[in-house]
Write a protein that binds this ligand. Sequence first.
Ligand code: VTB
Length: 319
Amino acid sequence: MNRNLALEFVRVTEAAALSAGRWIGRGEKNAADQAAVTAMRESFNSIDFDGLIVIGEGEMDEAPMLYIGEKVGQGKGMRIDIACDPLEGTNTTAKGGPEAIACIAAAEEGGFLHAPDMYMNKIAVGPAARGAIDITQSVTWNLNSVAKASRKDVQDLCVIILDRERHQSIVKEARKCGARIRFISDGDVSAALATATPDSGVDILMGCGGAPEGVIAAAALRCMGGDMQATLEFTNDEEWVRAKKMGVKDKNQVYGLTDLAKGNVMFVATGVTGGSFLKGVRYVSGGAATHSIVMRSQTGTVREIETRHSFDKKPRYGW
Ligand code: VTB
């Protein structure tokens, strides 16, 4: 996949982050999300590529922008599938909390699982524990296996998990094994990336979060050499009908890393609120500073980009 496109996409996540950044701590998560979506869409459409949103802000009838099936880009150049989350962490943005990011994953045509907007059970790890996870096995089995692969004691592992009632049994079992837990209020894409970031202090993501976020995280983990497994979590019949329409054949199918994101993929993110691996948007005299990460599976290069934006000279995508 064209590496110049990766840099173009950084501009897109920067625009989304800069727009959403204006809403940090203002208690209005929908406005923050809308700002990010508008900026991301406008900025996608200034790029010379033939993009198709396969994971976005929902389905056409319910989301007017960046909906699944929407074409983005100027329609020329490479045909690329896009999985995007203009603002991953709308709640934390509204509350001024940590780890909100604007992110895009891109793949060659057909590279992403067309995941419906529903829950997904996930286990994700960094390169040290690649091949050591099995979502069909217990929490205890996985922690022991990850500890062994990482040459650590189970007590030295840290599980990162969304702070939700539904995770009680995972938390109980992990604690029984002696593992430590880091609870997060939102943002399991950042959490998945943290497992593959050397000094983040977390080893394994467990639990149930959004399926679209799962596909985006898988693309990042492909680039970072990590691993992930997932299953869809159906909470009603309507979800099963929708999933079938999107090509899902087996309710219990286990999705490995390359079932979620295959072929050449790239991942780009810009920090909105500050987190463990990306700084948030900082407003400076006459402009703002952003911190982004861009990576490609083909080369495994992970590039960090600090950008100074001058508000006097740059077109403003809605911010
Ligand atoms: C996660 C998290 C998101 O949704 O996917 C989560 O990464 C799952 O849904 O940031 P619930 O909030 O219903 O648990 C978010 O928190 C918001 O999209």
